[in-house]
Design a protein around this ligand. Structure first.
Ligand code: FAD
Ligand code: UDP
Length: 372
């Protein structure tokens, strides 16, 4: 078969590229080695009928009205503000750290000004912010770093805070007020009918052909196309020619509780202590589903398994740079998304990168007066 474009991977990056190109009149074959579309954002009903996220909790949040508007063509939304508590050392407190967390940890009464003053008194100063340890210590100091960040990070990454780039810990704000939302973005919503429906709508176009359980490395030579958009791990594309790029994986332990309507008070509870898992998420909070039972997932970080997280640290960025040079020298191929760009993207950022890539591709093709 012949297509204008082959898209490898049907997650947000690949599906958005496919939709934009199809809408611009190109024929697209989109493949995924899994048996479903949606990538890691995929959701489905479990055996008991509770909507779960098989690859871990996915909460949509963005600052970009443009990206929200674009996705709104394919789904209705339900408002949802994610809340997280941390259970550690006998405490059960809001996380990210806020005024209430500080009162509980330090055993004092604080108003907002008092919380600011307390943070100022525990904060460590650093001339330069080079690692995630610098970010945490300059925000909250040693005691709160020990309680909430050091061991969680060790569990999540198998690395110390000072081995990770600043951006990892910088995902977590510090607050002196009572805001207990996990995200501060202007838009915080969940697809009303689930992610799987959003993806089915994205890919519902006569120019798009979907082939599941199809690995790029098996079809490569057989499918003729003018252009390839690859959204899998970039090192795998090049047969790990420069050595394997490290990714962090997770084991998801899904549990259905038939006799409990609610397992925990908020969507996610983080466990920064000695437990072997990092967090437990209860899906009904995220989806708003009404069900007599409930379903939860434990996240157990590990090295082996599907690549879920790029690991942001300088040596990995350097290795990625070598793959990026190979990618730039690869004719008629774009590398887009969290695994292909080796960037710790949230969903909206994967969408943003896909939109920009297709714009660039169509403009370049137009300028060169070639078919694509
Ligand atoms: P993916 O979704 O990984 O899609 C890539 C696809 O390519 C996969 O389906 C894969 O099967 C396929 N593929 C790979 N290699 C091949 C091959 N050789 N042949 C065929 N197909 C191939 N973001 C948020 O905004 N909010 C959250 O709450 C959130 N929570 C997360 C929780 C966890 C545990 C994880 C791991 C991520 C979370 N994310 C969250 C990030 C989100 O998952 C990503 O931003 C998004 O899925 C990236 O989309 P993508 O298309 O780049 O990659
Ligand atoms: N983090 C932490 N303690 C927590 C939550 C997060 O130390 O209770 C650190 C940890 O290094 C983690 C990073 O902050 O990897 C980013 O957390 P986030 O919840 O954004 O990670 P994700 O949802 O992407 O797994």
């Amino acid at each position: 078969m012949r297509y204008d474009v082959l898209v490898v991977g049907a997650g947000f990056a690949g599906s958005v590229c496919a939709e934009r190109l199809a809408r611009a009149g190109r024929t697209v074959l989109i493949i995924d080695k899994r048996d479903h579309i949606g990538g890691n954002a995929y959701d489905r009903l479990d055996a008991a009928g509770v909507r779960i996220h098989p690859y871990g909790p996915h909460i949509f949040h963005t600052q970009s009205a443009r990206i929200l508007d674009y996705l709104s063509r394919f789904t209705a939304w339900r408002p949802y503000e994610h809340r997280v508590r941390a259970r550690v050392a006998g405490l059960d407190v809001p996380f990210p750290i806020n005024r209430v967390t500080l009162e509980a940890v330090f055993g004092v009464k604080l108003d907002e000004a008092g919380a600011v003053a307390l943070l100022d008194s525990v904060r460590v100063s650093r001339e330069r912010i080079l690692t995630s340890e610098d970010v945490v210590l300059t925000s909250v100091g040693e005691r709160l770093a020990d309680l909430f960040f050091r061991n969680y990070t060790r569990k999540q990454w198998g690395l110390e805070l000072d081995q990770l780039s600043p951006g990892v810990a910088a995902r977590i704000p510090t607050r002196a007020n009572d805001d207990d939302r996990y995200f501060t973005d202007a838009h915080q919503v969940m697809p009303r009918d689930g992610y799987a429906t959003l993806f089915a709508n994205l890919l519902d176009h006569p120019n798009i052909t979907i082939a599941l359980e199809t690995d790029f490395h098996n079809i490569d030579a057989r499918t003729q196309r003018d252009w390839t958009i690859y959204t899998g791990p970039i090192d795998a594309y090049f047969g790990c020619a420069e050595g394997p790029l490290p990714y962090r994986s997770l084991r998801f332990d899904h549990v259905h509780l038939p006799d409990e309507t609610q397992f925990q008070p908020v969507g996610t509870v983080n466990y920064p202590g000695p437990e072997p898992f990092t967090r437990i998420t209860e899906f009904k909070h995220l989806t708003g589903q009404d069900h007599p039972g409930t379903s939860i997932v434990y996240e157990h970080p590990q090295d082996e398994g599907d690549p879920y997280y790029p690991i942001p640290r300088p040596e990995n960025a350097a290795l990625y740079g070598r793959y990026r040079a190979l990618a730039q020298a690869t004719a008629r191929t774009s590398f887009v998304g969290r695994l292909a760009e080796y960037k710790y993207f949230n969903m909206d950022q994967a969408v943003g990168s896909a939109l920009a890539s297709v714009d660039h591709l169509l403009n370049a093709a137009h300028a060169a007066q070639v078919a694509l």
